[in-house]
Design a protein around this ligand. Structure first.
Ligand SMILES: Cc1ncc(COP(=O)(O)O)c(C=O)c1O
Length: 369
């Protein structure tokens, strides 16, 4: 009765939550390290953003499909401060990056097309590719090389996806690699939602490296600490056909949330004073998570941005590992296979230090038990 494509909609991060709820209902204490939502821990939406949205709640009108003009200009300025020269007219507001990916893939991918994505990958890039009948072709996102990606390009390739900093690894890619990718030929889709969340090494924004054949995705869920506000954006550089098609998609879904767009203008005006303290807090937690997991004997790359760590497991059945860990210790991780990279798990290092330490101790006890 249903469309066959329903089977492509998998989202492991929320799937493990169902198991956690079941175990919690039996009275076990749960530590949720599965969802990348800072507000589940001791982070708050910046006051300027909250007050901005409050101030504009009366604006219940549909806004322009491309987004509120003043916000598009503010985003252009915000990107400009990072060194990206993007014109406001090429920026399109969406209900989060997720919606932008859905619309973009919808207008880009035909059944049978291929799209080159990292492994591991944030799940929607695999799910939405398959939803539209395309095939994700994976490159090694932990040790990527331009040559390896080049070898995957074929007549059916529609685009190359870069997630920088990466979810789920927290790794930041070098400028040389990024530049090389822009020179390969296919459209580059760069998800930079974590660009300002980093601990020393700064990611280079793709829009600084090229103004051709590029779509950049960003938003207010992570660096602006407002994932539930559902506002993001896509901007296009030298990709007029795709941009025109994306505008049609935007028109068909009317607009992004209007009061939140107005609120976002206030948050941008405030200038991001919360970003440095947030990164400081996260860096400490990154250190605890990284050192703690290493001490358990796990092979793990040191995250340089975002708030995830993605260790390798000594067992291959990562889903069983994650489900058994929930059952026995109440610690909720996500299996690497949910990110198209089996034999790993992803842990969020957002919680306060004591909780992180407790979780790591429990993981250790489970591994030794
Ligand atoms: C790499 C990446 N892109 C996009 C999203 C979703 O962003 P949004 O909340 O703007 O839909 C996430 C959320 O975790 C993410 O990690």
């Amino acid at each position: 009765m249903l469309a066959a494509r329903v089977g492509t909609l998998k989202y492991a991060i929320r799937e493990v939550a169902a198991k956690a709820r079941e175990v919690e209902a039996r009275g076990k204490k749960i530590i949720n390290l599965n969802i990348g939502d800072p507000l589940k821990f001791d982070f708050q939406v910046p006051t300027s953003f909250v007050e901005g949205v409050r101030k504009h709640l009366g604006k219940g009108n549909y806004s322009a499909s491309e987004g509120v003009g003043e916000l598009r200009s503010a985003v252009a300025e915000w990107e400009g401060k990072k060194g990206v020269a993007v014109d406001a007219k090429n920026i399109y507001m969406s209900n989060g990056v997720s919606e932008a990916v859905f619309g973009l893939f919808g207008v880009l991918l035909n059944p049978g097309d291929e799209i080159i994505v990292p492994s591991p990958v944030y799940p929607i890039y695999e799910a939405y590719s398959r939803f539209f009948g395309a095939t994700p072709v994976f490159y090694d996102g932990i040790n990527p090389s331009v040559e390896a990606i080049q070898a995957l390009i074929g007549p059916k390739t529609k685009a190359i996806v870069i997630i920088n900093p990466n979810n789920p690894t927290g790794l930041i890619y070098d400028e040389g690699f990024l530049r090389g990718v822009t020179e390969l030929g296919p459209l580059v889709i760069a998800d930079e939602i974590y660009d300002l969340m980093n601990f020393g090494k700064c990611p280079v924004n793709m829009g600084k490296l090229t103004s051709e054949n590029l779509v950049v995705l960003n938003g207010f869920s992570k660096t602006f600490l407002a994932p539930g506000y559902r506002v993001g954006y896509a901007y296009f550089m030298g990709a007029d056909k795709v941009e025109g098609a994306f505008l049609k998609y935007c028109q068909s879904r009317l607009c992004a949330n209007t009061p939140v767009q107005w609120g976002a203008i206030e948050a941008i005006k405030e200038g991001g004073s919360w970003i440095k303290p947030t990164n400081k807090k996260l860096e400490k937690r990154r250190n605890i998570a990284y050192k703690g997991l290493k001490k358990l004997g796990l092979e793990v790359e040191k995250p340089e941005g975002a708030f995830y760590v993605f260790p390798k497991l000594p067992v291959s059945d990562d889903k069983k590992f994650v489900l058994d860990l929930i059952e026995r210790e109440g610690v909720v991780l996500v299996h690497g296979s949910g990110f198209a990279r089996a034999g790993h798990f992803r842990m969020v290092f957002l919680p306060p230090e004591e909780i992180l330490k407790e979780a790591i101790e429990k993981i250790g006890r489970f591994m030794n038990g």
